[in-house]
Design a protein around this ligand. Structure first.
Ligand code: NAG
Ligand code: NAG
Length: 307
């Protein structure tokens, strides 16, 4: 810095000759630390999977890494530390992939708690540097599940089509298309429910596409699940179920059965009443006394109860 200032003062003084002699030597005087860079890319990991944290040294010459350390911002202790030729320490899910100028780290079994801002410290034979990096964690949505309400549809009638995708993070969206690839998304309503279970946050997406009057020739429909970056994660093509003529027949025959059953029971009752009447009459004709008649009635009563 001092050398640079002198150089500027010299320029102001227009000591052109002196400048021409002194200035070319200045870069050699400045520490070589200024000439190398440590660069890290922002990282997006998927929960449960291995995440690569990309960091590298930008330097044209030879450089020897002495050690690296990754620290979460506002924490004192590094989450991972590796002094080259020694055993790494800290969270065992971290691993220094390559040595040399590529200083990327691998993080296995990524968790939501890994999200945050970090500082990556690198010490080399020509100095040390720290680079900031961020890790965000996402979760992939499960394959969508589709349904319709009502389940069986009348052509020209109303219907709500549902497409649900769960266990993703962060919140994404769902798009709808018909068989001719026409986009119906604008007619749909998306609901997002956030579920937070022991440190893991997941989003359940449910999209409802409403038709006041469905044209069955638009089917099959396709719903597409997009993540928060609008990248497709899943899709499902589904056929709507049209109400069949044959479905109405079993319902009709059921009614007929009930009617037929009632007619059978009815004629049985009528028959029994008739039998009762005949027996009574016959009893009177044969001149039985009243006590016996009562017994006969009792017998008929038993038969009646059994039927
Ligand atoms: C999808 O979600 C909606 C709203 O929560 C629900 O009414 C519907 O039954 C769900 N469908 C399936 C197939 O889970
Ligand atoms: C479909 O429409 C939605 C909402 O209007 C839009 O966000 C989406 O980008 C469209 N998708 C395609 C593939 O055109």
């Amino acid at each position: 810095m001092l050398a640079l200032n002198i150089c500027k003062i010299n320029m102001a003084s227009v000591m052109v000759v002196v400048l021409a002699v002194v200035c070319p030597f200045i870069p050699a005087v400045r520490p070589s630390e200024e000439l190398w860079k440590l660069e890290c890319q922002p990282t997006v990991g998927i929960v449960g999977q291995t995440t690569v944290i990309r960091c590298h040294i930008k330097y044209s010459g030879d450089i020897e890494v002495v050690g690296v350390a990754l620290t979460k911002v506002k924490q004192d202790k590094p989450v991972f530390q590796h002094i080259i030729k020694e055993t790494p320490s800290g969270d065992p899910r971290f691993r220094l992939v390559n040595q040399g100028k590529d200083l990327s780290l691998q993080l296995s079994d990524t968790m939501f708690s890994d999200e945050g801002e970090y500082e990556y410290y690198v010490a080399t034979n020509i100095g040390e540097k720290t680079a900031k990096l961020s890790i965000s964690v996402t979760a992939k949505y499960k394959d969508p599940i589709t349904s319709s309400w009502p389940e069986s549809i009348t052509d020209g009638g109303p219907v709500d089509l549902y497409c649900n995708a769960t266990d993703g993070y962060p919140a994404g969206t769902i798009n709808w298309f018909d068989q001719s690839r026409k986009n119906w998304t604008i007619n749909s309503i998306l609901t997002k429910a956030i579920k937070d279970t022991n440190g893991s946050k997941f989003v359940a997406l449910s999209s409802k596409l409403t038709f006041k009057s469905i044209d069955s020739s638009l089917a099959p429909f396709r719903c597409v699940v997009l993540n928060s970056k609008f990248v497709q994660e899943g899709e499902r093509t589904f056929q709507i179920m049209l109400k069949q003529e044959s479905e109405k027949v079993p319902l009709g025959s059921k009614t007929t059965n009930i009617v037929a059953g009632m007619m059978v029971i009815g004629s049985l009752i009528a028959g029994l009443l008739l039998a009762l009447l005949i027996c009574r009459r016959r009893g009177h004709q044969l001149g039985y006394h009243s006590g016996h008649t009562a017994e006969t009635d009792k017998e008929h009563g038993t038969v009646w109860n059994q039927s």
